[in-house]
Design a protein. Structure first.
Length: 264
């Protein structure tokens, strides 16, 4: 039987909304994990379990996803998302926090650290979209997200999800099929569109906390010219590539991901 380090699921009212989170481990340096555009917190459980060996891990349901507050009256821009994370950290009085953001979550982490890096020990940026004004588009298509969300709302099996995520395990497919309906389609669409209108590159030179960028070798989200530009914008950022992995790095190569995010 596999040992579990899961402690609790809970809510906190922060930055004016209900934020839901899952906590794993309970000991060690606090690590706040900020998932991507359609990844409810629970789908990161298999990663959080491993990270909880060394960290007190908090996995967030970002507004519009999972069990956090959602609705058409909420804002879904980068500044608001960053303010949510700041409110969460302050609300739980976390200190010396490692912020690990994947995809959308990495963009949020960048904006958070640029705006207010109080209490942040380091950033782990996992394959953030580097699209933006005047830049090449994010390689995934909005229709891929909206079609899968609509199907999940009507009812979806793990086998149905395989058409969208063919390399995942049955357990991973089942979990995503079960929870994807909690990702609000409007929040997803607005966020996807803002991948192309909000600029994170302006923030990179202002990052003062130790930062590591973890790059997938497949999927084309971050390419060699992007790495070169990021190094020029902020030479202090450490850049590590994970072999045999697409954008959803831990799903493709969990050992490689864990090695990449490990403390040096």
């Amino acid at each position: 039987m596999t040992e579990t380090h899961f402690i609790e699921g809970a809510n906190i009212h922060a930055n004016g909304i209900r934020q839901h989170y899952l906590r794993y481990g309970g000991k060690g340096t606090p690590l706040v994990l900020v998932p991507g555009i359609t990844s409810p917190a629970i789908t990161w459980g298999f990663v959080a379990e491993r990270l909880s060996k060394d960290h007190d891990v908090y996995v967030l349901d970002i507004r519009g996803r999972g069990l956090s507050e959602t609705g058409p009256d909420l804002d879904y821009d980068l500044d608001t998302y960053a303010a949510d994370i700041r409110g969460f950290i302050d609300g739980l009085r976390l200190k010396d926090v490692v912020v690990l953001g994947h995809s959308m979550g990495a963009r949020i982490a960048i904006r958070l650290a640029r705006r207010d890096d109080r209490g942040l020990a380091s950033l782990l940026l996992i394959d953030p979209p580097v699209s933006g004004p005047g830049r090449r588009p994010y390689p995934s298509k909005l229709e891929w997200y909206t079609r899968s969300i609509r199907q999940a709302r009507k009812g979806m099996t793990a086998e149905d999800m395989r058409a969208f995520c063919p390399t995942w395990t049955d357990e991973q497919l089942g979990l995503r099929a079960e929870w994807l309906h909690t990702c609000d389609e409007l929040a997803t669409r607005i966020t996807f569109e803002k991948f192309h209108t909000e600029d994170i590159h302006q923030d990179l030179p202002h990052l003062k906390v130790p930062t590591k960028l973890v790059v997938a070798t497949r999927g084309g989200v971050i390419q060699d010219p992007d790495i070169k530009e990021i190094r020029e914008l902020n030479p202090a950022i450490k850049i590590v590539s994970v072999p045999d992995a697409g954008h959803m790095i831990p799903w493709d190569n969990l050992p490689g991901f864990l090695e990449a995010v490990a403390t040096d």
